[in-house]
Design a protein around this ligand. Structure first.
Ligand code: AMP
Length: 421
């Protein structure tokens, strides 16, 4: 039962206090099972596991990532599918920062771990918990290859002019200060899907991808190659986000430290957690924001205005970067679900060949949909992102390239995952 002859991939995304996971069929694309462990290290943990129609929730304490992953493996045994029968051929780990070191996915070994660790100063909130997850997963699932897939990798192709900050070159070089970009797995997956949906070769398309979730980023992709993106050294730069400021005059930091008695950590907290929609309106979820606006809340209206203004500036900038734009695509929680944001982002851009069809645009989109007017020269699409599937597929391609895919051989149904009970 639930055997996938070509194998399945366990995709793991470890945060500082959470582990999200999905067992993915990399060929058919289905999520076989999924779940999340939250509040690791707190008094009461929350563990949720879904397989088919069954969702099991636990609130036992989860002291650390090791305990969290053991709980997950126990739930696979208890609720299903048993990993020993699901023919797991790889574990794919999402890692936020690959710096200039990683331009693509890599099979995990001690050297790769050391390199990810060395990049921690660039992503102190993300890389260390990612590494913890990888370390415990390797211990608990020692008989399958583990592959790391980096959020930055798709953007390693950015031209020098797009990746370079105009600061002292020696300081920049010594401290790795440049634009890396993030959400790359999503931008890559979505731009590939656009080519498939339009039935055109990826190599022929100039695209703008707008990944609008709680974090948000824009990219310009020429012929499948990323040429510009809005996030920078860290995921703080660019668009207005749920709780992050996006672009800001760097002198604001200097001003606040000199004159408002704020420490480096205070400024970090302000820009990453108390800014964006939350900072402007007290709400970072668009569903609540629209409700507030309907009730006449001026701060919520202003937050939406600032968000849309920034988004439109980026669309305009990327039209200039690309020259000709064949497709603009909305994805992630806001991009897929919020027709108001999509309509406002594109309003009045007819002179650029961008126009939505209001009926096509209306409502939430669960499948890839073209929402532009037929006459418009730029196609506008909504494409649901699927980072887990993208990670699973990259993991499979990586183990195949490394000659490690032997366990997926149909003629050898031996479980790829050792007993872990
Ligand atoms: P993500 O980070 O991609 O999971 O996106 C999360 C965000 O998507 C939430 O903070 C909401 O602002 C937005 N979102 C989710 N569902 C909806 C919806 N039905 N309508 C509008 N926005 C939504």
């Amino acid at each position: 039962m639930n055997q996938h002859p070509h194998g399945s991939v366990l995709v793991v995304n470890s945060g500082s206090s959470s582990i999200k996971y999905q067992l993915v069929d990399p060929v058919g694309g289905a999520a076989i099972a999924s779940g999340i462990v939250e509040r690791i290290g707190e008094e009461a943990g929350v563990v949720k596991h879904t397989f088919g129609d069954t969702t099991v929730e636990r609130t036992d304490p989860v002291p650390d990532h090791d305990a969290g992953l053991r709980t997950v493996l126990g739930l696979f045994d208890e609720v299903g599918p048993r990993l020993s029968e699901a023919h797991v051929i790889a574990v794919g780990h999402r890692v936020v920062h690959g710096g200039s070191t990683f331009t693509g996915p890599a099979v995990v070994d001690d050297d790769v771990i050391a390199k990810i660790d060395a990049l921690s100063p660039l992503a102190p909130l993300h890389n260390p918990p990612n590494l913890t997850g990888i370390t415990v997963a390797r211990e608990l699932l020692p008989d399958v290859p583990h592959v790391v897939v980096f959020d930055t990798a798709f953007f390693h192709t950015l031209p020098d002019a797009a990746a370079t900050y105009a600061i002292d070159v020696d300081v920049a070089r010594e401290h790795g200060v440049r634009r890396y970009g993030f959400h790359g797995t999503s931008h890559q997956y979505v731009s590939g899907e656009v080519a498939r949906v339009l039935g055109r070769p990826l190599a022929d398309l100039n695209q703008i991808v707008l990944h609008l979730g709680n974090g948000a980023s824009a990219s310009a992709v020429r012929g499948g190659v990323a040429v510009e993106t809005s996030m920078g050294l860290t995921p703080l730069e660019g668009l207005v986000m749920g709780t992050r400021s996006g672009d800001i005059d760097a002198a604001v930091l200097i001003h606040l430290q000199r004159n408002a008695g704020m420490s480096v950590d205070d400024v970090d907290d302000l820009l990453n957690r108390r800014s964006g929609l939350k900072g402007l309106a007290g709400e970072n979820d668009f569903r609540s924001l629209h409700q507030l606006i309907e009730g006449g809340d001026a701060a919520a209206q202003r937050a939406l205005d600032v968000y849309i203004h920034r988004l439109r500036k980026y669309i305009g900038a990327y039209v200039a970067v690309l020259g000709r734009v064949d497709a603009i695509t909305f994805t992630a929680g806001v991009g897929e679900n919020d027709d108001i944001v999509r309509a406002l982002a594109c309003a009045g851009l007819e002179p650029l060949g961008i126009a939505l069809d209001p009926e096509r645009n209306a409502g939430r989109k669960k499948v890839a949909t073209i929402v532009s007017a037929d006459w418009a020269s730029t196609r506008v699409l909504v494409v649901p992102t699927n980072e887990e599937l993208a990670i699973a597929r990259q993991a499979v391609a990586t183990i195949e390239a490394a000659g490690l895919e032997g366990t997926s051989d149909e003629s050898d149904p031996a479980p790829a995952v050792a007993g872990h009970a």
